[in-house]
Design a binder for this molecule. Structure first.
Ligand SMILES: *Cc1c(COP(=O)(O)O)cnc(C)c1O
Length: 415
């Protein structure tokens, strides 16, 4: 499928009555604030999971322009998406890369995380065939017990990789289990264990441990590189984490009322009839459901903003729509803007608020916003590009990009 690039019109968004606005200026400011916090360390912007729902390509470009040095993803596909968009910065694949992906990873000049000799050997073989050296980062587990080499094996594998032709150990990293908690003792313990491994491999140039919570709370742990995700999107990992940097939320989720239905007392709304009008009510229809990323757990719990006031979500959230009680909103009309996440007038609904209502974290709310939701990218309050499920529209650009064509040759994966 070819991506069509067409001119952005300056008209208000009149297509799908549901969209996310991504404030690229806020994103750039957040990247600068976080980099400034990092004691001179390099910053790898974590853009996994479609940049936490914000759109990987636009976020990656903006973060790099704002001073990010590298990008972090989880799988080769995510890296390929960025390469296809012409992004040449080093990209670390932080998840597991099976040996079978060594070829493609090398073709794309991605940097893998390595935790086993199998993937390393496959990478070395491909590198040997091409007469290149593939940079890799060694992942050590220091107490998350999720992904990484056991500490006892890390130094041995590191030395073996050091001598393996075609492989260059560029980085060494670990990931913290409880960095966003008030009690930092486990994090400090993990950090110590990590440094003891790093000492044995003291020739590795880039050591990195810091996610957003660590960067905010313990900037002294920044080492040679930090890897914030959530913070660049303007959210805080937990209520315990310091808010000394004024990060600004980047994403708003908005829609329009597409229909208003007056109902009589005693009439139910939505599947299962879990809500019944207790008075003559006016029910607004919003084309946002759990398939768009509005959790069904918000049924009869959440609210949206209309005309600067809160309108409760009534009845069950459906796959593609939800209903809101706008009985108390003066002058409400069809086409009124609905804010699901973001500000309207004096009111604000944050991703954290939705997360709390659902018993989850803002991370899950943000990365749950599905590809079906159009993304509108803003600079200085103006839409500069739009990304829908099937189209990418950019200001002043009318070319179309044929499928499978890399816009630019990626550079070799070095710094
Ligand atoms: C997702 C991820 C990060 C970013 O974490 P945030 O809490 O969003 O800053 C950093 N490192 C690794 C290994 C990750 O998987």
């Amino acid at each position: 499928m070819a991506m069509q690039l067409q001119s952005v019109s300056s008209d208000p968004w009149q297509e799908r009555p549901l969209w996310a606005e991504i404030d690229l200026d806020a994103l750039a400011d957040n990247v600068r604030l976080l980099k400034n916090q990092a004691n001179g360390a390099a910053l790898m912007a974590v853009v996994k999971a479609n940049a936490y729902g914000h759109g990987a390509v636009a976020v990656a470009r903006t973060a790099l322009a704002a001073g990010a040095d590298r990008l972090g993803v989880i799988c080769v596909d995510e890296g390929e998406q960025l390469r296809r968009a012409g992004i040449t910065a080093p990209i670390l694949v932080m998840g597991h890369t099976p040996a079978g992906e060594a070829q493609r990873l090398t073709d794309l000049s991605l940097t893998p995380s390595v935790v086993s000799d199998q993937t390393a050997l496959a990478l070395a073989r491909v590198a040997g065939e091409r007469g290149i050296e593939t940079p890799v980062h060694l992942k050590v587990d220091t107490g998350l017990n999720r992904y990484g080499l056991p500490r006892s094996e890390a130094a041995d594998l590191g030395r073996w990789l050091h001598d393996l032709a075609g492989i260059q150990v560029e980085g060494l990293f670990t990931h913290f289990a409880s960095a966003d908690e008030e009690d930092k003792s486990y994090t400090i313990e993990q950090h110590k264990l990590f440094l003891s491994v790093a000492e044995q491999l003291n020739w590795v140039p880039i050591r990195h441990v810091s996610n957003t919570a660590t960067l905010l709370d313990i900037p002294d742990m920044s080492l040679e590189m930090v890897r914030p995700g959530l913070g660049i999107y303007g959210c805080y990992p937990s209520t315990h984490v310091k808010r000394s940097l004024s990060l600004k939320p980047v994403l708003s989720l908005k829609g329009r009322l597409v229909r208003l239905t007056p109902i009589a007392p005693g009439e139910p709304v939505s599947y299962g009839r879990t809500w019944t009008a207790s008075r003559p009510s006016l029910i607004g229809l919003v084309m946002c459901g759990y398939a768009d990323g509005l959790p069904r757990a918000l049924s009869n719990r959440g609210s949206v903003l209309v005309r600067g006031r809160r309108a409760p979500i009534v009845g069950r959230v459906c796959m593609d729509m939800c209903m809101v009680d706008v009985s108390d909103i003066p002058d409400v009309v069809v086409d009124d803007e609905v804010v699901i996440i973001g500000r309207q007038g004096e009111q604000e609904i944050s991703a954290d608020e939705l997360a709390e209502l659902c018993g989850t974290i803002s991370y899950e709310i943000l990365c749950g916003i599905s590809a079906r939701v159009p993304r509108l990218y803003l600079r200085q309050g103006r839409v500069v590009s739009k990304q829908t499920l099937v189209r990418e529209l950019q200001e002043g650009v009318t070319a179309s990009v044929p499928e499978g064509v890399l816009a630019e040759e990626p550079s070799p994966g070095g710094a």
